[in-house]
Design a binder for this molecule. Structure first.
Ligand SMILES: C[S@@+](CC[C@H](N)C(=O)[O-])C[C@H]1O[C@@H](n2cnc3c(N)ncnc32)[C@H](O)[C@@H]1O
Length: 319
């Protein structure tokens, strides 16, 4: 579990180990909510993929021919049990998993600004099922550590990576609030889709800054509202039907947060409206999606009447 600790000499190893032990105890418990994910993971984790394609839009792990008919049926059921699939697309032993988000589009927007990942220690904060971690691998990082506190996503990743067998991808059942235990550790941090869910986005950015080596690169992606002023929308209860959304900044506001949290050379490199082409209901995510979150008569507004979200991408250097 701690096989990457040697790479992080300044991290608080003892405190991280304590959290890891607590998490391990939780994961080994017989609670229904844990077993629902742990048992499926354990039932297929001996199966190995003969090939990988991590360079294309669809993260492809293994081929149909790698498995017997019975094994394939088992994997199909396990994959269905991991629904709803939020991030993807994936193809797992020939099973096409069309996730709610076409995450390849976000990755394509990051790619032109991607820092050199070769031999770097990378963190993906809020890594979900690891889609971007898999896409980072062809860029030859030394290690990628995903931080993901939700057991559903954690076990989805563990299952996918048990098939893929990539020893330099790790996932911790921890959140952005634990990053300050990883002092001076990361060369590159991805913080995508996180800040608007934080009650104190500035504190989160400061925690991220503590985890980074001086001169390291932070890539931030966030929902945002249109406008030139450095202001943030604070919804009364929900934004686009999501109660856990707090501050939705303009790009200029987010840039100021990053500067004041300890980043320099902060640059806004992409901004685009969200759409139902990128986030939608599929056979692998059958609940409400983007179309249900915006006003059907005026898609420039959310159902609550707030400006509909843009997505913005910023890059900064740890000062
Ligand atoms: C909107 S999704 C973004 C996923 C991915 N980074 C992306 O950009 O597509 C937010 C992710 O953060 C995870 N998350 C929730 N609480 C978190 C926390 N305290 N720290 C880090 N991640 C968290 C969620 O489980 C989810 O996977």
């Amino acid at each position: 579990m701690n096989d990457y600790f040697d790479l992080l000499p300044h991290a608080s190893h003892d405190l991280i180990c304590t959290l890891q032990r607590e998490n391990e105890k939780k994961l080994q418990s017989a609670k229904k909510g844990i077993l629902a994910y742990r048992l499926p993971f354990e039932s297929v984790s001996h199966l190995k993929a003969s090939s990988l394609d991590l360079e294309s839009d669809v993260v492809t792990i293994g081929r149909r021919e790698d498995l017997s008919k019975e094994e394939h049926a088992l994997v199909y059921n396990v994959m269905r049990g991991f629904m709803p699939w939020r991030k993807g697309p994936y193809n797992v032993f020939g099973i096409d998993i069309n996730a709610e988000w076409r995450s390849n589009r976000k990755w394509d927007r990051v790619l032109p600004q991607l820092p050199d990942l070769e031999d770097k220690i990378v963190a993906d904060v809020g890594s979900s099922n690891g889609y971007y971690m898999f896409r980072m691998l062809p860029h030859k990082p030394r290690a990628v550590i995903g931080f993901e506190p939700y057991i559903h996503h954690y076990f989805t990743f563990r299952t996918l990576n048990s098939f893929a067998g990539l020893a330099n991808l790790h996932m911790e059942l921890l959140g952005v609030e634990h990053l300050s235990l990883y002092q001076d550790s990361f060369d590159v941090v991805f913080l995508m889709g996180i800040l608007y869910h934080r009650i104190s986005p500035l504190e989160s950015l400061k925690e991220v800054r503590k985890s980074m080596k001086q001169g390291g690169t932070l890539i931030v992606e966030s929902q945002s509202i249109p406008g030139e002023e450095p202001v943030a929308l604070f919804p009364a209860s929900c934004y686009a039907k999501v109660p856990g959304t707090y501050f939705v900044p303009t790009a200029a506001c987010l840039k100021n947060w990053m500067i004041r949290a300890g980043f320099t050379d902060v640059e806004i490199f992409c901004s685009h409206p969200m759409s139902n082409k990128e986030q939608r209901k599929t056979e692998w995510m059958v609940f409400e999606s983007y179309d249900d979150f915006v006003d059907p008569d005026n898609p420039s507004l959310t159902v609550e009447g707030y400006p509909a979200p843009l997505r913005v991408f910023l890059k900064g250097t740890a000062r």
